[in-house]
Write a protein that binds this ligand. Sequence first.
Ligand SMILES: Cc1cc2nc3c(=O)[nH]c(=O)nc-3n(C[C@H](O)[C@H](O)[C@H](O)COP(=O)(O)O)c2cc1C
Length: 331
Amino acid sequence: MREETSKRKAHHIDLAFESQVKGTDTRFNYEPLLSEHPSDLDTTVNFLGKIMRFPLWISSMTGGTEKAGFINHNLAKAAHKYGLGMGLGSCRIILDDHTYLPDFQMRKDLGNQPFYANLGIAQLEELLEANQSSKIKQLIEKTETDGLIIHVNPMQEWLQPEGDRFKQAPLQTIQQVRDLFEGKIIVKEVGQGMGPKSLKALMEMDVDAIDFGAHGGTNFAMLELLRDDEEMMAQFENLTYVGHDATEMVDLCNDLMDTESSNPMIIVSGGVSSFLDGYYYINKIKTPAVYGQASALLKRAAVSFELLDDYISREIEGYKLASSYLTIKNA
Ligand SMILES: Cc1cc2nc3c(=O)[nH]c(=O)nc-3n(C[C@H](O)[C@H](O)[C@H](O)COP(=O)(O)O)c2cc1C
């Protein structure tokens, strides 16, 4: 015991000069006197009628490539173990052909956790135009999901060499889907977020949840440019800096919130790098919310379940620690 203490003291002396931290995270009040260390803190949230034991949403990602099944199974197993929610990546590839269907069939791994299918505005426009809206219901049935995520990605489609063009405003398409499809609907961007008029329109529409897909993390406009040639990058890179980050979108939502009636559930996502950001946003926003991550989870899920498992358990511990000692300034 004495030997251990002495070793620790020697470490402290060795490392003291390396541990000078510059900068303060000024978003929080730190209250070290008011709580014991967390043990059984309740972090459950009701997500559109289902229980999440921890408010981390696994944002929509991949499907239909060689590694997608492996990644999705790891993500779904983790969602089950920790009581999370999960969105699938675009399900376009399984609308008419079932070759890749097993990559998307995660219900067995997930148990009863919230689980949503995903289609883009362009595919929905096409389905509606061809009078094939029944395929949405079929998609929900074959993936055993709880509803549909609609991703709205005009910049990505335009910059994608093989991208689609929208023939009408996405809002119109979302409304048409809302009128025809009885299930739950979540609407999201894919890394640029959305401004006040779009957010307001969505909040006034009868959608069940809004997933920010805010600016500041993975950016699909940039991703498509990276797939293109240097000239395209030189001329259009400027567009990748356009958008709204999660902090701005939380403020926008708070301004737009209707205090008289119920507001959609919010998934704060896009550049949400850790539990600390998640804790901040969930407590800052004035409506029930969870935080979402894509790339941070993908990085681990693509390697092994164990790596993902360790990452999520640390996120939960960190979140609980934050809940015990941090409050939000100006909340
Ligand atoms: C590999 C990858 C694939 C993605 N595919 C989709 C998709 O098919 N549909 C969708 O709505 N969003 C998709 N996204 C966007 C994410 O859901 C999320 O909005 C975005 O990555 C921002 O989150 P992040 O900063 O935590 O990565 C994808 C993201 C990644 C990293």
